[in-house]
Structures are given as C-alpha cells and as structure tokens.
Design a binder for this molecule. Structure first.
Ligand SMILES: [Zn+2]
Ligand SMILES: [Zn+2]
Length: 283
C-alpha cells in the first residue's frame, strides 16, 4: 500500500522497513496506490526496478499514466488559468518539471472491484475529493479500512482543485465530492482506519462530524467577509490563512475555492468575472 516519495531517503526507509520483516523489493507482488499524489506513488519506479509487481490504481489515473507529457501540460495550463482567476497571477513564476512514470503492469480499479492481498479480499471504494483518484480499501471481515489521505486525524485533507476529466467536461467541485464521499462511508462499519499519514485510529464518524463542522464554520467566515464586500479567492485566502507563504498559497486558494463552490451550490454566494478575475459576493 503506497510507497512514499521517490526521494532516496524515503525509498531507503521503505527498503529498511521491509528488511526488518525479512522481505525485499523483489518479494513485492502487488503495489496499490491509494491516490496519485507523489508522496504515495513516488517510490513505485524504484520498487519496479527489482520486481515485476502489478500496480493497482484507480482509473482516474489513466490519463496521467498513459498521456504523461500531454496530461502534464493540460494540468499546468488549467492550473495557471485557475490561479489567474483567483487573482493570484503573481505566483505563476514557478516552472514545474514533468517526471514520466513508467509502470509496466498497471491494473486500473473501479469502485466495487476487489483485490486479494494478504489472505484477505479488499473491496475498493472510490472516494474522490482530496484527489480524483482516491480509493479506500475495505476488508469487510475485520472492518479494517485503508483510506489514503481521505480521512486524516491531524489535518483536514485539502480538496485539490484539478482540471476536468474528461477534458471536455467541467472542473470537478472537489469539496462537494469529498462531502459525498464522507456521506458514503459514514455508516460503514469501519473498525480500524489506516490513514496515509499518522497512526491508525477508530471512530471515523466522529472525525467526519468534525470535518463537516469545520467546513460549515469556514463557510460562515467566508460569507461574513463577502457580506462586507465582494472579494477574489486570493483576498479571502489572505484573510483566512494570513500565515501562508507564497509557495504554499495554492493550498489556500484551493481550500477557499472549495468552500466557495459549496456556498454557490447552496445558493448563498455567486461569482462574477471582471477582467479575467472572479469576484465573489454574498447572495
Ligand atoms: Zn494526497
Ligand atoms: Zn499524502
């Protein structure tokens, strides 16, 4: 499950962890990636140098893995227009580099599929929001649930703004998706939850309740700002997260946009473009 990043220290730590239980990369038969963020899949290539393991990932990852360069360019250009619309064009000076992923035997997962691993049958739940490719693995017999970054105890997962998929469609509303995914798993009898960061925990309902409350509170805060005057996503972001440095600003923009999507959906706010920048106001 997940590999950590591609950084040598991370790959080495994974190798040492396997070594501690008498295994090597060569023993790995299946790699499951909970979602397409580099801290979860970055080490796949290093492992694949020593094994023919199959890599399992949700089908939402297909375009990134098969049209790598093209998909990277599409994502970059979408992100640039999103950031411009937020009124944050000044952070567009960083150029990101494309790193091709060459995975040989990729098995694309869909919601409802099952993976046999470790003598158990794991059901695949597609739980988009944090990313489009987020999956949970659930073992009904034990109640164990492996959830990637969908449910984290220490921090609320960012619902990342991403380009439409398929490209002709509309941009996903990731915070709305995340809330749907919350509702979907809320009544599931998860016993122990294994997150992508932090220690295993129990009580996912309490965690989801907390996240919903935080989202509601953030919506109210944004609405009170909009009641004063119309604002851009950047201006709201500066009020909500004044401590964010410029290189982390995208996280804040994404977070604010997610809550604005929710307010728009609820008919409590609306946006209007002015010279290429979206201004939001309370309805
Ligand atoms: Zn992630
Ligand atoms: Zn992560």
């Amino acid at each position: 499950m997940d590999t950590g990043t591609h950084w040598p220290a991370s790959v080495q730590e994974l190798r040492a962890g396997l070594d501690a239980v008498g295994l090597t990369f060569g023993d790995v038969e299946q790699i499951v990636v909970t979602h397409m963020h580099t801290d979860h899949y970055g080490g796949v290539q290093a492992i694949l140098q020593e094994t023919e393991a199959a890599v399992f990932v949700h089908s939402q990852a297909k375009r990134a893995l098969t049209d790598g360069q093209e998909e990277f360019a599409r994502t970059e250009s979408f992100m640039q227009s999103f950031i411009r619309e937020c009124g944050a064009a000044h952070i567009l000076n960083r150029e990101r580099k494309y790193h091709p992923e060459e995975w040989r035997d990729v098995r694309y997962l869909e919601d409802g599929d099952t993976i046999a691993a470790g003598g158990r049958d794991w059901s695949i739940l597609h739980t988009p929001g944090h990313s489009q490719s987020d999956i949970c693995l659930w073992d009904q017999a034990s109640g164990d649930a492996i959830v990637g970054d969908f449910l984290l105890q220490e921090i609320s997962s960012n619902a990342f703004i991403v380009p439409p998929e398929p490209p002709s469609g509309e941009r996903p509303k990731p915070l709305l998706q995340m809330r749907e995914s919350f509702s979907r798993v809320y009544d599931m009898p998860f016993a122990t939850v294994y997150p992508g960061h932090g220690e295993p925990f129990a009580g996912h309902q309490g965690l989801i309740d907390r996240r919903r409350e935080e989202q509601a509170a953030r919506c109210e805060k944004i609405l009170s700002l909009l009641a004063e005057q119309p604002r851009t996503v950047l201006k709201i972001c500066r009020e909500l997260f004044p401590w964010l440095k410029e290189n982390a600003l995208f996280l804040g923009l994404s977070e604010v946009q997610g809550h604005l999507d929710l307010l728009v959906e609820q008919g409590r706010a609306a946006g209007e473009p002015h010279e290429g920048i979206l201004w939001y106001y309370a309805v």
